[in-house]
Design a protein around this ligand. Structure first.
Ligand SMILES: N[C@@H](CCC(=O)N[C@@H](CS)C(=O)NCC(=O)O)C(=O)O
Length: 251
């Protein structure tokens, strides 16, 4: 049996897959790409992930793409320890959280990530070179073009922060009524699919968004980041503040 993972160190979607692999106690062959080198856009990689993004899991030679699908797949194929509730109605609730994370905070966190950090290499290249870089992205051309070389508009940034805020408010309600995890007693795929977003926001200097006024979320973030699986997944070099110390991001 072989498990391989194509990923970036500092990618929230890759972190989800790594946390899940760690929770399951699995070993894998790590194909660590560097975003600046463009390995994720090469034809041989596009054969296994036509979206030109990481992560991709390859299990016994068969690729599985999309982080939320990857974690569900791992939980199906390697059921122990379980990372989903037992009752179908509870599984549906967990998936509702996962869908919400996919649609709301996961896209939102890209805005401050690019605005503060990932835009840097694009700032001082020619307009033609930037255009080519945007065009190369199978699913992200529009996102790159909207960012441009000067960054997103105030309106786009506001919407992103509003979406993170909605997530915090909803989680506060759920966690203060139950906990210690999103689905209650059991740590599940729902926690895995959103904790990297919170770590990223903290890394970019925005943890006051929950530390001021949302105690249940604050405790849950600390508890999550303290789990061995999460600690191992955020190894040295998997946070922007470590990769780009000069940006003084504020963790
Ligand atoms: N829906 C995908 C999204 C993956 C994604 O957007 N990955 C980012 C890193 S977090 C990426 O590969 N970006 C490449 C690029 O911007 O060129 C998933 O959850 O796996």
């Amino acid at each position: 049996m072989t498990i391989e993972l194509y990923n970036f160190a500092a990618s929230t979607c890759s972190q989800k897959a790594r946390i899940c692999l760690q929770e399951k106690g699995l070993e894998w062959k790590d194909h660590l790409f560097h975003p600046g080198k463009g390995e994720h856009l090469r034809p041989e990689y596009l054969e296994i992930n036509p979206n030109g993004v990481v992560p991709t899991l390859v299990h016994d030679g068969r690729p599985v793409v999309d982080s939320a699908v990857i974690v569900e797949y791992l939980n199906d194929v390697f059921p122990e320890p379980p990372l989903a509730p037992d009752a179908p109605i509870e599984i549906a609730k967990m998936r509702t959280w996962m869908r919400f994370f996919e649609e709301v905070p996961t896209p939102a966190v890209r805005y401050p990530s690019f605005q503060k950090v990932l835009i840097q290499p694009f700032k001082n290249i020619s307009a033609e070179k930037f255009e080519r870089a945007a065009e190369k992205r199978p699913l992200k051309t529009d996102f790159y073009k909207r960012m441009g070389q000067d960054g997103f508009s105030d309106a786009e940034m506001k919407k992103a922060f509003d979406d993170i805020n909605i997530t915090i408010v909803r989680l506060e309600k759920a966690l203060s009524a139950g906990g210690p995890w999103i689905m209650g007693e059991r740590f599940t795929l729902a926690d895995i699919c959103v904790i990297p977003t919170f770590d990223r926001m903290a890394d970019l200097g925005y943890k006051n968004m929950w530390e001021e006024g949302y105690p249940a979320v604050t405790d849950w973030v600390d508890r999550s980041l303290g789990r061995p699986s999460v600690k191992k997944s955020f190894y040295e070099g998997s946070r922007f503040s470590e990769v780009y110390p000069d940006l003084e991001l504020g963790r």
